[in-house]
Design a protein around this ligand. Structure first.
Ligand code: MRU
Length: 334
Protein backbone atom coordinates (compact mmCIF):
# COMPACT_ATOMS: atom_id res chain seq x y z
CA UNK A 1 0.00 0.00 0.00
CA UNK A 2 1.04 3.56 -0.67
CA UNK A 3 1.56 5.47 2.56
CA UNK A 4 2.24 9.09 3.24
CA UNK A 5 4.28 9.04 6.46
CA UNK A 6 3.93 11.86 9.03
CA UNK A 7 7.24 13.33 7.70
CA UNK A 8 5.59 13.71 4.30
CA UNK A 9 7.52 10.81 2.77
CA UNK A 10 5.60 8.64 0.27
CA UNK A 11 6.35 4.96 0.77
CA UNK A 12 5.15 1.71 -0.73
CA UNK A 13 4.97 -0.75 2.16
CA UNK A 14 3.13 -3.66 3.67
CA UNK A 15 1.53 -3.88 7.11
CA UNK A 16 4.03 -6.61 8.11
CA UNK A 17 7.34 -7.80 6.66
CA UNK A 18 10.50 -9.75 7.48
CA UNK A 19 13.79 -7.88 7.54
CA UNK A 20 17.17 -9.23 8.59
CA UNK A 21 15.71 -11.82 10.96
CA UNK A 22 13.20 -9.41 12.52
CA UNK A 23 9.43 -9.44 12.01
CA UNK A 24 8.52 -5.79 11.46
CA UNK A 25 5.05 -4.31 11.40
CA UNK A 26 3.20 -1.01 11.45
CA UNK A 27 2.05 -0.60 15.05
CA UNK A 28 -1.71 -0.52 14.53
CA UNK A 29 -2.36 0.32 18.19
CA UNK A 30 -0.86 3.76 17.60
CA UNK A 31 -2.50 4.78 14.33
CA UNK A 32 -3.56 7.36 13.28
CA UNK A 33 -1.92 9.52 15.97
CA UNK A 34 1.54 7.98 15.57
CA UNK A 35 3.23 6.04 12.77
CA UNK A 36 5.62 3.60 14.43
CA UNK A 37 7.24 0.33 13.42
CA UNK A 38 7.17 -2.52 15.95
CA UNK A 39 10.07 -4.98 15.83
CA UNK A 40 9.53 -8.57 16.97
CA UNK A 41 12.86 -10.26 17.66
CA UNK A 42 11.64 -13.57 19.05
CA UNK A 43 8.61 -15.82 18.82
CA UNK A 44 7.46 -14.42 22.17
CA UNK A 45 7.55 -10.89 20.69
CA UNK A 46 5.56 -12.06 17.67
CA UNK A 47 2.96 -13.72 19.93
CA UNK A 48 2.73 -10.53 22.01
CA UNK A 49 2.23 -8.44 18.83
CA UNK A 50 -0.66 -10.64 17.71
CA UNK A 51 -2.28 -10.85 21.15
CA UNK A 52 -1.98 -7.15 21.93
CA UNK A 53 -3.17 -6.26 18.40
CA UNK A 54 -0.04 -4.47 17.23
CA UNK A 55 -1.03 -6.39 14.12
CA UNK A 56 -4.59 -7.59 13.62
CA UNK A 57 -7.04 -8.70 10.95
CA UNK A 58 -7.23 -12.38 10.01
CA UNK A 59 -4.93 -12.55 6.94
CA UNK A 60 -2.31 -10.24 8.53
CA UNK A 61 -2.32 -12.37 11.68
CA UNK A 62 -1.66 -15.42 9.47
CA UNK A 63 1.21 -13.71 7.64
CA UNK A 64 2.75 -12.52 10.92
CA UNK A 65 2.56 -16.04 12.33
CA UNK A 66 4.22 -17.40 9.18
CA UNK A 67 7.12 -14.96 9.64
CA UNK A 68 7.20 -15.87 13.36
CA UNK A 69 7.64 -19.55 12.46
CA UNK A 70 10.41 -18.67 9.97
CA UNK A 71 12.16 -16.56 12.60
CA UNK A 72 11.90 -19.36 15.18
CA UNK A 73 13.43 -21.81 12.69
CA UNK A 74 16.32 -19.40 11.96
CA UNK A 75 16.95 -19.06 15.70
CA UNK A 76 16.90 -22.86 16.12
CA UNK A 77 13.86 -22.73 18.36
CA UNK A 78 11.74 -25.88 18.52
CA UNK A 79 9.14 -25.68 15.77
CA UNK A 80 6.46 -27.37 17.86
CA UNK A 81 7.12 -24.97 20.72
CA UNK A 82 6.92 -21.93 18.39
CA UNK A 83 3.72 -23.35 16.91
CA UNK A 84 2.11 -23.62 20.36
CA UNK A 85 3.22 -20.14 21.47
CA UNK A 86 1.75 -18.56 18.32
CA UNK A 87 -1.38 -20.74 18.31
CA UNK A 88 -2.40 -19.56 21.78
CA UNK A 89 -2.74 -15.89 20.85
CA UNK A 90 -6.11 -15.26 19.20
CA UNK A 91 -8.66 -18.06 18.81
CA UNK A 92 -11.11 -16.85 16.15
CA UNK A 93 -9.14 -15.92 13.00
CA UNK A 94 -8.78 -19.13 10.98
CA UNK A 95 -5.84 -17.71 9.02
CA UNK A 96 -3.64 -18.08 12.10
CA UNK A 97 -4.06 -21.86 12.20
CA UNK A 98 -3.96 -22.16 8.41
CA UNK A 99 -0.59 -20.36 8.27
CA UNK A 100 0.86 -22.22 11.26
CA UNK A 101 -0.05 -25.63 9.84
CA UNK A 102 1.38 -24.80 6.41
CA UNK A 103 4.62 -23.46 7.89
CA UNK A 104 5.08 -26.33 10.35
CA UNK A 105 4.62 -28.90 7.56
CA UNK A 106 6.92 -27.00 5.17
CA UNK A 107 9.70 -26.65 7.78
CA UNK A 108 9.40 -30.32 8.76
CA UNK A 109 9.68 -31.23 5.07
CA UNK A 110 12.97 -29.35 4.84
CA UNK A 111 11.71 -26.21 3.04
CA UNK A 112 13.54 -22.91 3.44
CA UNK A 113 11.53 -21.18 6.22
CA UNK A 114 12.05 -17.59 5.11
CA UNK A 115 11.20 -18.18 1.46
CA UNK A 116 8.18 -20.23 2.56
CA UNK A 117 6.92 -17.36 4.72
CA UNK A 118 7.55 -14.82 1.93
CA UNK A 119 5.71 -17.08 -0.50
CA UNK A 120 2.82 -17.35 1.94
CA UNK A 121 2.61 -13.54 2.35
CA UNK A 122 2.78 -12.92 -1.42
CA UNK A 123 0.19 -15.60 -2.09
CA UNK A 124 -2.35 -14.22 0.42
CA UNK A 125 -1.86 -10.64 -0.76
CA UNK A 126 -2.22 -11.76 -4.40
CA UNK A 127 -5.45 -13.56 -3.50
CA UNK A 128 -6.78 -10.39 -1.90
CA UNK A 129 -6.00 -8.40 -5.04
CA UNK A 130 -8.06 -10.96 -6.97
CA UNK A 131 -10.90 -10.44 -4.45
CA UNK A 132 -10.68 -6.78 -5.46
CA UNK A 133 -10.99 -7.64 -9.17
CA UNK A 134 -14.06 -9.83 -8.64
CA UNK A 135 -15.73 -7.58 -6.07
CA UNK A 136 -15.20 -4.40 -8.06
CA UNK A 137 -17.76 -5.63 -10.60
CA UNK A 138 -20.46 -5.39 -7.91
CA UNK A 139 -19.79 -1.68 -7.38
CA UNK A 140 -21.58 0.81 -9.61
CA UNK A 141 -20.51 4.39 -10.16
CA UNK A 142 -21.92 6.56 -7.37
CA UNK A 143 -22.30 3.72 -4.86
CA UNK A 144 -22.28 4.37 -1.13
CA UNK A 145 -20.75 1.39 0.65
CA UNK A 146 -20.80 0.54 4.36
CA UNK A 147 -17.92 -1.37 5.93
CA UNK A 148 -17.35 -2.53 9.50
CA UNK A 149 -14.09 -2.76 11.46
CA UNK A 150 -10.91 -2.73 9.36
CA UNK A 151 -10.74 -5.34 6.63
CA UNK A 152 -8.25 -3.18 4.79
CA UNK A 153 -4.62 -3.33 3.70
CA UNK A 154 -3.55 -3.13 7.35
CA UNK A 155 -5.53 -6.30 8.06
CA UNK A 156 -3.89 -8.23 5.21
CA UNK A 157 -0.54 -6.71 4.32
CA UNK A 158 -1.89 -4.94 1.25
CA UNK A 159 -5.21 -4.45 -0.63
CA UNK A 160 -7.46 -5.67 2.21
CA UNK A 161 -10.41 -8.00 1.75
CA UNK A 162 -13.51 -5.80 2.08
CA UNK A 163 -11.53 -2.78 0.90
CA UNK A 164 -9.94 -4.51 -2.12
CA UNK A 165 -13.07 -4.05 -4.31
CA UNK A 166 -13.38 -0.50 -2.94
CA UNK A 167 -9.74 0.32 -3.82
CA UNK A 168 -10.12 -1.20 -7.29
CA UNK A 169 -13.37 0.69 -7.98
CA UNK A 170 -11.75 3.95 -6.87
CA UNK A 171 -8.62 3.35 -8.97
CA UNK A 172 -10.81 2.51 -11.98
CA UNK A 173 -12.37 5.95 -11.72
CA UNK A 174 -15.71 5.06 -10.14
CA UNK A 175 -17.01 7.72 -7.81
CA UNK A 176 -17.71 5.97 -4.54
CA UNK A 177 -18.37 6.91 -0.94
CA UNK A 178 -17.56 4.75 2.07
CA UNK A 179 -19.43 4.74 5.37
CA UNK A 180 -16.97 3.66 8.06
CA UNK A 181 -18.39 2.14 11.26
CA UNK A 182 -16.28 3.38 14.15
CA UNK A 183 -16.17 -0.19 15.61
CA UNK A 184 -16.11 -0.02 19.38
CA UNK A 185 -14.29 -0.89 21.52
CA UNK A 186 -10.93 -0.89 19.63
CA UNK A 187 -12.09 1.61 17.00
CA UNK A 188 -10.54 -0.20 14.03
CA UNK A 189 -12.98 1.63 11.75
CA UNK A 190 -12.46 5.17 13.02
CA UNK A 191 -8.70 4.76 13.48
CA UNK A 192 -7.58 2.34 10.75
CA UNK A 193 -10.14 2.14 7.93
CA UNK A 194 -10.55 5.92 7.94
CA UNK A 195 -6.72 6.28 7.87
CA UNK A 196 -6.58 3.98 4.85
CA UNK A 197 -9.34 5.93 3.11
CA UNK A 198 -7.39 9.15 3.67
CA UNK A 199 -4.20 7.54 2.32
CA UNK A 200 -6.04 6.31 -0.78
CA UNK A 201 -8.03 9.54 -1.25
CA UNK A 202 -11.44 7.86 -1.00
CA UNK A 203 -14.38 9.98 0.13
CA UNK A 204 -15.76 8.66 3.41
CA UNK A 205 -17.44 9.46 6.70
CA UNK A 206 -17.12 7.75 10.07
CA UNK A 207 -20.38 6.88 11.78
CA UNK A 208 -21.12 5.69 15.31
CA UNK A 209 -21.70 1.95 15.42
CA UNK A 210 -25.39 2.38 16.04
CA UNK A 211 -25.97 4.80 13.13
CA UNK A 212 -25.87 2.39 10.18
CA UNK A 213 -29.58 1.45 10.44
CA UNK A 214 -30.52 5.12 10.24
CA UNK A 215 -28.59 5.60 6.99
CA UNK A 216 -29.87 2.32 5.55
CA UNK A 217 -33.50 3.36 6.08
CA UNK A 218 -32.81 6.72 4.46
CA UNK A 219 -31.55 4.93 1.33
CA UNK A 220 -28.01 6.20 1.80
CA UNK A 221 -26.29 2.81 1.76
CA UNK A 222 -26.24 0.82 -1.51
CA UNK A 223 -24.28 -2.17 -0.29
CA UNK A 224 -22.35 -3.54 2.68
CA UNK A 225 -18.96 -5.25 2.37
CA UNK A 226 -17.24 -6.71 5.44
CA UNK A 227 -14.32 -9.08 6.03
CA UNK A 228 -14.34 -12.37 7.90
CA UNK A 229 -12.35 -14.09 10.59
CA UNK A 230 -13.70 -17.57 9.98
CA UNK A 231 -16.28 -19.01 7.61
CA UNK A 232 -17.99 -22.32 8.34
CA UNK A 233 -19.16 -24.86 5.75
CA UNK A 234 -22.80 -23.73 5.95
CA UNK A 235 -21.79 -20.16 5.05
CA UNK A 236 -22.06 -18.69 8.56
CA UNK A 237 -19.42 -15.98 9.04
CA UNK A 238 -17.58 -14.85 12.17
CA UNK A 239 -16.42 -11.25 11.94
CA UNK A 240 -15.93 -8.25 14.21
CA UNK A 241 -18.59 -7.81 16.88
CA UNK A 242 -21.51 -5.83 15.44
CA UNK A 243 -21.35 -7.41 11.98
CA UNK A 244 -24.41 -9.57 12.73
CA UNK A 245 -26.55 -6.52 13.52
CA UNK A 246 -25.50 -4.80 10.28
CA UNK A 247 -26.43 -7.90 8.29
CA UNK A 248 -29.88 -8.17 9.86
CA UNK A 249 -30.65 -4.49 9.31
CA UNK A 250 -29.32 -4.66 5.72
CA UNK A 251 -31.59 -7.67 5.08
CA UNK A 252 -34.58 -5.80 6.55
CA UNK A 253 -33.86 -2.89 4.19
CA UNK A 254 -33.18 -4.99 1.07
CA UNK A 255 -29.51 -3.95 0.91
CA UNK A 256 -26.99 -6.48 -0.48
CA UNK A 257 -24.59 -7.73 2.20
CA UNK A 258 -21.25 -9.15 0.99
CA UNK A 259 -18.40 -10.82 2.85
CA UNK A 260 -14.91 -10.76 1.33
CA UNK A 261 -12.32 -13.38 2.31
CA UNK A 262 -9.50 -15.51 0.87
CA UNK A 263 -9.42 -19.30 1.11
CA UNK A 264 -7.27 -19.13 4.29
CA UNK A 265 -10.31 -17.83 6.22
CA UNK A 266 -12.56 -20.79 5.37
CA UNK A 267 -12.67 -23.54 7.98
CA UNK A 268 -13.81 -26.60 6.07
CA UNK A 269 -13.76 -28.63 9.29
CA UNK A 270 -16.65 -26.71 10.87
CA UNK A 271 -20.25 -27.50 9.96
CA UNK A 272 -21.74 -24.25 11.21
CA UNK A 273 -20.96 -20.92 12.80
CA UNK A 274 -22.08 -22.29 16.17
CA UNK A 275 -18.78 -24.20 16.27
CA UNK A 276 -16.58 -21.12 15.77
CA UNK A 277 -14.60 -20.21 18.92
CA UNK A 278 -15.31 -16.59 19.82
CA UNK A 279 -12.56 -14.59 21.53
CA UNK A 280 -13.58 -12.61 24.60
CA UNK A 281 -11.14 -9.82 25.38
CA UNK A 282 -10.60 -7.88 28.60
CA UNK A 283 -13.33 -5.71 30.07
CA UNK A 284 -10.88 -2.78 30.22
CA UNK A 285 -11.27 -2.35 26.44
CA UNK A 286 -14.94 -1.47 27.05
CA UNK A 287 -14.61 0.36 30.36
CA UNK A 288 -11.82 2.64 29.16
CA UNK A 289 -11.44 4.83 26.10
CA UNK A 290 -7.66 5.07 25.73
CA UNK A 291 -6.48 5.89 29.27
CA UNK A 292 -9.78 7.39 30.36
CA UNK A 293 -12.27 5.31 32.33
CA UNK A 294 -15.74 6.05 30.89
CA UNK A 295 -17.83 3.88 33.23
CA UNK A 296 -18.44 3.88 36.99
CA UNK A 297 -15.62 2.12 38.84
CA UNK A 298 -18.18 -0.34 40.25
CA UNK A 299 -19.35 -1.45 36.75
CA UNK A 300 -18.22 -4.62 35.06
CA UNK A 301 -18.25 -5.22 31.28
CA UNK A 302 -18.31 -8.04 28.72
CA UNK A 303 -16.25 -7.87 25.57
CA UNK A 304 -16.84 -10.52 22.88
CA UNK A 305 -14.56 -9.55 19.98
CA UNK A 306 -16.57 -11.29 17.24
CA UNK A 307 -20.08 -12.45 16.40
CA UNK A 308 -21.49 -14.90 13.89
CA UNK A 309 -23.68 -13.77 11.00
CA UNK A 310 -25.97 -16.58 9.81
CA UNK A 311 -25.62 -17.46 6.12
CA UNK A 312 -29.23 -16.45 5.40
CA UNK A 313 -28.30 -12.77 5.73
CA UNK A 314 -25.33 -12.98 3.34
CA UNK A 315 -25.88 -12.12 -0.33
CA UNK A 316 -22.50 -13.43 -1.47
CA UNK A 317 -18.94 -14.23 -0.44
CA UNK A 318 -16.29 -12.55 -2.56
CA UNK A 319 -13.23 -14.79 -2.87
CA UNK A 320 -10.14 -14.93 -5.09
CA UNK A 321 -11.97 -17.59 -7.11
CA UNK A 322 -15.08 -15.52 -7.74
CA UNK A 323 -18.29 -14.64 -5.91
CA UNK A 324 -20.28 -17.46 -4.33
CA UNK A 325 -23.55 -17.80 -2.47
CA UNK A 326 -23.04 -19.02 1.10
CA UNK A 327 -24.60 -22.38 0.12
CA UNK A 328 -21.94 -22.89 -2.58
CA UNK A 329 -18.91 -23.14 -0.27
CA UNK A 330 -18.42 -26.82 -1.04
CA UNK A 331 -17.11 -25.73 -4.49
CA UNK A 332 -14.17 -23.93 -2.83
CA UNK A 333 -13.05 -27.05 -1.01
CA UNK A 334 -11.93 -28.72 -4.24
O1 MRU B 1 -10.03 -7.93 16.22
P1 MRU B 1 -9.52 -7.65 14.84
O2 MRU B 1 -9.22 -6.22 14.60
O3 MRU B 1 -8.39 -8.59 14.47
O4 MRU B 1 -10.75 -8.04 13.90
C1 MRU B 1 -10.62 -7.89 12.51
C2 MRU B 1 -11.85 -8.21 11.77
O5 MRU B 1 -12.87 -8.58 12.32
C3 MRU B 1 -11.76 -8.17 10.28
O6 MRU B 1 -12.97 -7.79 9.72
C4 MRU B 1 -11.37 -9.56 9.76
O7 MRU B 1 -10.25 -10.05 10.44
C5 MRU B 1 -11.09 -9.54 8.31
S1 MRU B 1 -9.58 -8.70 7.96
C6 MRU B 1 -9.31 -8.66 6.30
Amino acid sequence: MRILTPDGEEREMRAVWFDDGIVKMIDQRKLPAKFEIFEAKSVEDVAYAIKDMVVRGAPAIGITAAYGMAQAALQNRGINEAYKILRDTRPTAHDLFYALNLMRDAIKNGGDPVSMAEKYANDIIGRCEKIGEHGEKLISDGYKILTHCNAGALAVGDWGTATAPIRKAHRNGKKIFVWVDETRPRLQGARLTAWEMVQEGIEHAIIADNAAGYFMRKGEIDMVIVGADRIAMNGDVANKIGTYEKAVVAHENGIPFYVAAPISTFDFSLKSGDDIPIEERTEEEVLFCRECRIAPKESRARNPAFDVTPAKYITGIITEMGIFRPDEIEILRR
